[in-house]
Ligand binder design. Structure first.
Ligand code: 5GP
Length: 125
């Protein structure tokens, strides 16, 4: 079910558990600010989730409260993962769902990185 992106951070969410090592994940990249791992239910040949290590509910929360270092680290990490996966030349798609209309289900900011083949129209209608 989609979440309310204005809710306070809930540290029982699934990505908080992944960050604490309570649930396994297939990590593709990690640094002081960021963890990137394969989505459990991929919707493209390559479907990676990039999340900040800080406690941010959504893109809205992160863009309002995160430090310059966290924001720079996150944006650079998304680009780094895409390059490392060989996605720049063929192309890829980034997606961040925010709140109910965005269809966000996990209340910890994540950017979806899709690639590995043609991705079709931007939105299914
Ligand atoms: P949202 O709809 O919130 O933008 O996307 C949440 C994403 O998290 C979905 O693509 C879903 O498949 C993924 N996901 C949910 N639970 C887990 C999990 O336990 N492990 C991993 N790797 N991905 C998960």
């Amino acid at each position: 079910m989609a979440i309310d992106a204005t809710q306070p951070y809930d540290d029982t969410n699934i990505f908080a558990k992944i960050l604490r090592g309570e649930i396994p994940n297939k990590t593709v990249y990690e640094d002081e600010h960021v963890l990137a791992f394969h989505d459990i239910a991929p919707q493209a040949p390559i479907h990676i989730l990039v999340i900040p290590k800080g406690a941010y509910v959504s893109w809205d929360d992160f863009s309002a409260r995160a430090s310059e270092a966290e924001i720079a680290g996150f944006i650079r990490a998304v680009g780094h993962v895409a390059r490392e996966q060989g996605l720049v030349e063929p192309g890829y798609r980034l997606l961040a769902n925010v709140g109910a209309h965005g269809g966000q289900e996990v209340p910890h900011l994540h950017v979806h990185l899709f690639g590995g083949g043609p991705l079709g129209p931007m939105l299914a209608r």
